[in-house]
Design a binder for this molecule. Sequence first.
Ligand code: AR6
Length: 169
Amino acid sequence: MTALTLALGDLTREHADALVNAANSGLLGGGGVGGAIHRRGGPAILAECRALRAGRYAKGLPTGRAVATTAGDLDARWVIHTVGPVWSATEDRSALLASCHRESLRVAGELGARTVAFPAISTGVYRWPVDDAARIAVDTVRNTPTSVDEVRFVLFDERAYEAFARRIG
Ligand code: AR6
């Protein structure tokens, strides 16, 4: 049974086996939580991202997929980078947001991570409404068989925290 827990604050201050990054497909940094991860985690993370871009993901990491790197100076063993979909009012991209959570858990399981901390993927720069993102994130984690013991959602503001808290119940 995987425990779903919540925290309010900065993901880069959390201790977990793996921290999930809401990345873009270029994997080379950006704003939001990913910017914070690279800032606090130091250059080792970016170096591994560049190596991925030079090899397996020359065209970038596709939306809905996940890949791990070192966590550098963060209090974790790995960062799992996943690319959320940009919110669209005209196209239902929910399956891709669900896939981010499923794929991140799959990668975490392969690594042997027992604790994984997620941000609210796609709810920042990618503008996904937070209540809907909470529904997709929580339901997907609940319905994905995994060896991970704890999935912690780390929410940056009260509004996101309340949305996830309502969904977890
Ligand atoms: N800790 C936890 N949550 C955070 C932090 C933090 N330090 N900083 C922001 N958030 P975003 P996206 C929250 O924009 O929407 C980037 O530029 C934020 O309030 O990081 O998936 C990438 O390079 C929001 O609720 O990710 C991509 O280009 C959530 O994290 C693009 O943004 C996600 O916001 C990805 O957009």
